[in-house]
Design a protein around this ligand. Sequence first.
Ligand SMILES: O=C(CO)COP(=O)(O)O
Length: 126
Amino acid sequence: MPAAALLAIGLVAHDDKKAALVDWSVAHQAFLSRHRLYATGTTGGRILQALPDLDLTRLRSGPLGGDQQLGALLAEGLLDMLVFFVDPLSPQPHDVDVKALIRMATLADIPFACNVATADLIVAGR
Ligand SMILES: O=C(CO)COP(=O)(O)O
């Protein structure tokens, strides 16, 4: 069977969802370790603490431009999948950036998960 193609995957979580994304990453480390990962700064740091061997590029922190950097990758057609665990109960100071990232992921028509259940389904489908 041919090896699955390398994917570029974005990983992001709001503060109250970072623990969930770290747990999800640990649960799916065999999948993630086969792909190239891009994460916003704080999220990426938390994931690398748990899984230091991942091929993960840390971008700027979300509120300082990291969400927009992921959006730029999407605009260039350079992201194949986005896992973005959003916190629906807390206001975000950079809400415009959050909306822009969600818009770009929708526009790019890539697999895009905003919660654990959907992220699990995407991995199961790969
Ligand atoms: O703010 C974020 C997503 O909108 C995530 O950024 P950090 O990973 O730097 O906290």
